[in-house]
Write a protein of this length. Sequence first.
Length: 340
Amino acid sequence: MALGDFLQQLDGLASDAEAAFTAAADTEQLEAARVEFLGAKSGRLKATQKQMGAVDKTDKPAAGKRLNETKQRVDAAFQAAQQRVAAGEQVRRSSSQFVDTSLPGVRPELGHLHPITQTIEELKDIMGRLGFSVADGPEIEDERHNFEALNIPLAHPARDPLENFYLATAEKTSADVLLLRSQTSTVQIRVMEQTPPPIRIISLGRVYRPDTADATHYPMFFQMEGLWVDKHVTMADLKTVLRLFATSYLGRDVHVRFRPSFFPFTEPSVEADMSWGDKWIEFGGAGMVDPNVLSAVGYDPEEVSGFAFGLGIERLCMRRHGITDIREFYRNDVRFLHQF
Ligand code: DAH
């Protein structure tokens, strides 16, 4: 074969290959072109290379040189195409994430406060307007604050192990006995121990009792405790505060009534009910702080008097929203929680 023919074949092959690689739009087309030109078995480059044998001996060095150059051209064209196609695929992949501004929007999910937390904030707000500031106390308590100083003696049934979550502590001397507080009345004691009268506080938080959960009971729930101690505080003040509280929270003219009751830490003690439509709903316990309690924290019962009350927060929230099962608050079902 004449050298000129051979060189012409090589040049034709190179420009065909360049054109094919440049035209390849994706990995598949590029691969087809690679097999056609660079395929190890029947690629066109391979086939042309075989024809070297038919070139005159004296022309072989020139033919070999051009063959090498052609190989390099074709390889370079292939690699360039490979890079271009890879980059293109990348763009195509990310363009599938481009925002189509003509589509209706997807609302981002926003969280919000738990209904009990919302209720607590609102109760603080209402009581704050009545001059009550917020006090806090620990959920793990000793017997002095949960019972003794509240005038609940050792033999009282409220101290029964079956009624409380006592904690297993190493030493069972009486000072060491700890429990999860069963009432927020503990905070009354903590505040009065630290502060001389007058006192006007509320305390909102968790309390614990080993009750079986049902529609109206849960082994953990929230209470709001109130305490007002000053000179000449009377039962009329108590009723006024509870009525203002009830009307503010329920946003309409509810009435409050007292029924005689008993609590170790108040004397006299009452159950407070509020009117709901034509029904009376129990909403908490209250009374005048027992002189024994005032003495236990070093106050002079001849000098000051006070009232205290304790309300269940879930119950208030349930009444407000028509919730009929306390367990809903603690299931963490977003379908429930979303509604508030
Ligand atoms: N601590 C009582 C309870 O858990 C509620 C209570 C009743 C609190 C009367 C008071 C009160 O401060 O005066 O059932």
